[in-house]
Design a protein around this ligand. Structure first.
Ligand code: PBG
Length: 323
């Protein structure tokens, strides 16, 4: 008899396929990134990310409640300030848009979700870099750490359950952990953007936060060709106190997600970023791919690679499908 081995036997019926399915994808594993703009009078569509908007404080509140009702595991908040300066003053101002919005959502939702915030200066600086600059115009790592510590305290005070340092400065997790502990915020967690690559896929995000960046982030974000340093960054962040680590972007870096999942003693997140979102939305809008099937396949792949958590702009919609 040939063939002797018939793997197709396990694919014969939907019930059989369900029985042997290895990878779970649940709403609670999805985290929804949200944008809130200081001067928005109504939600502003982001052209390069169809379906995603810069919220007003009001519409943000509604979108957050809807997402939580759909079952998402958490929310990741980004602020778009009306004005910017060299040191990103709006990030540490208690009345800055991100901190105000955090307060809104914490009072609306309490502990019903895990409220997270991007802990990074790029949305708030007039030069668009993730840190402050020295006289030569280079990003000053250690001066930036002081700003991150202040920003972390402002976000913790505003009610964030977890902070997401995403600036790729050396020592950022340690300095934030120490600042939080010294101020008594020992329960405020850190989801560290540990292995963050200098990626072209961030393109649409630049529009999402009205980024002022000229140039690139190559002196702080990782070279796409490197895998080893991702593991080093992850180890360092865990040693410095990260409660969870992240690989970003997701799709072009699933090998890194897998490597991280194999060694990490803390949960591993992957960020299915703006460019990954827009590629699929663009192709689907043209009728070139089946939108829902593609989205679920992408999210399943990221889980299969080993991510416990996925940040995705489809979180609320996918959660509703999965329910
Ligand atoms: C930095 C930050 C970025 C993203 C999340 N946090 C932009 C960057 O590093 O250039 C990108 C998210 C996305 O592209 O969806 N504050």
């Amino acid at each position: 008899m040939f063939p002797e081995h018939r793997p197709r036997r396990l694919r014969t019926t939907a019930a059989m396929r369900r029985l042997v399915s290895e990878t779970t994808l649940r709403p609670r594993q999805l985290i929804l990134p949200l944008f809130v703009a200081e001067d928005a009078r109504e939600p502003r569509p982001i052209g390069s990310m169809p379906g995603v908007v810069q919220h007003t404080r009001d519409t943000l509140r509604r979108a957050a409640v809807e997402a939580v009702e759909a079952g998402v595991g958490g929310l990741m908040l980004f602020g778009v300030p009306a004005e910017r300066d060299a040191v990103g003053g709006g990030a540490t101002d208690a009345d800055g848009i991100l901190n105000v919005a955090l307060r809104d959502l914490r009072s609306e939702l309490g502990d019903a979700t895990v409220l997270m915030a991007d802990t990074c200066l790029d949305e708030f600086t007039d030069h668009g870099h993730c840190g402050v600059l020295d006289e030569s115009g280079a990003v000053d790592n250690d001066a930036t750490l002081e700003r991150y510590a202040e920003m972390a305290l402002a976000q913790a005070e505003a009610g964030a359950h977890m902070l997401g340092p995403s600036g790729m400065m050396d020592g950022q997790v340690g300095v934030i952990r120490r600042a939080l502990d010294d101020a008594g915020y020992t329960d405020t967690g850190i989801l560290a953007y540990s292995a963050k690559y200098a990626s072209a896929f961030y393109g649409p995000f630049r529009e999402a936060v009205d980024s002022q960046l000229t140039g690139d982030r190559n002196t702080y974000q990782q070279d796409p060709g490197n895998a080893r340093e991702a593991l080093r960054e992850i180890e360092l962040d865990i040693a410095e106190g990260a409660d969870a680590v992240m690989v970003k972007p997701a799709l072009a870096y699933l090998d890194v997600v897998k490597a991280a999942a194999e060694v990490s003693p803390v949960p591993v997140a992957a960020y299915n970023i703006s460019g990954e979102y827009s590629m699929i939305e663009g192709a689907a809008a043209n009728g070139w791919i089946d939108r829902e099937r593609t989205i679920l396949e992408v999210l399943t792949s990221i889980r299969r690679a080993g991510a416990d958590l996925i940040l995705t702009y489809w979180a609320a919609e996918a959660a509703a499908w999965l329910d």
